[in-house]
Design a binder for this molecule. Structure first.
Ligand SMILES: O=P(O)(O)OC[C@@H](O)[C@H]1O[C@@H](OP(=O)(O)O)[C@@H](O)[C@@H](O)[C@@H]1O
Ligand SMILES: [Mg+2]
Ligand SMILES: [Zn+2]
Length: 183
């Protein structure tokens, strides 16, 4: 069993311009590759966990999401970082169209993506870390039993509710390796 750092996507890895689904709109947060390389060197697995209700809402297709994800994954490889898993929720209980209209177990704040990742990647959740930019990221991590919950300021806005469910607030993912080393 290994520890993992769970990474929210929009607002952590890339700037959340709102339902990003095209390469041209995918703007990396400064320092994300160096930070992820450090985290891997520290022995953490890396798993992306992202709500993609834009798929449920019919704003873009699951194929478009996969194309963008493959591009992102290769960018990480090019920078010397292998992501261990990428998990996404394409559902929305109210706004979803067709089969995507589901009150699923994977949309954060539910912990489904973390639990699935833990099972397949043999992750010790009790030694793991969540990095997110919203309350729902923090709540999903809490529900999954992830003790270290880092809220970053690179997302849309840091709310009091999000702070309440977080262990710490940092400026960006770039500060995460240093913070974890200081614990
Ligand atoms: O931050 P992660 O989980 O990687 O992805 C979130 C995004 O899929 C989108 O999530 C939406 O929330 P709703 O899904 O509509 O509640 C909005 O906040 C969008 O602006 C945002 O781009
Ligand atoms: Mg986010
Ligand atoms: Zn789902």
């Amino acid at each position: 069993m290994s520890p993992a750092v769970f990474l929210d996507r929009d607002g952590v890895i890339n700037i959340d311009h709102g339902y990003v689904h095209q390469v041209d709109d995918f703007e990396y947060v400064e320092g994300v590759f160096d930070a992820c390389r450090s985290l891997k060197e520290m022995g953490y697995k890396l798993a992306v966990v992202t709500n993609q209700s834009g798929i449920a809402r019919g704003m873009y297709s699951e194929d478009q999401f996969h194309t963008l994800t493959e591009w992102m994954d290769w960018n990480f490889v090019d920078k010397g970082v292998e992501l261990d898993g990428i998990y996404y929720c394409p559902h929305h209980a109210e706004k979803g169209v067709g089969d995507y209209k589901q009150d699923c177990d994977c949309r954060k704040p539910k912990p489904g993506m973390m639990l699935t990742a833990a099972k397949f990647l043999k992750i010790d959740l009790s030694q793991s870390v969540m990095v997110g930019d919203k309350r729902d990221d923090m709540l999903a991590a809490q529900a999954a039993g992830i003790p270290t919950r880092i809220l970053v300021r690179t997302g849309k806005s840091v709310t009091d509710e999000a702070i309440a469910a977080a262990s710490v607030v940092l400026d960006s993912i770039a500060q995460v390796p240093g913070y974890l080393k200081s614990l």
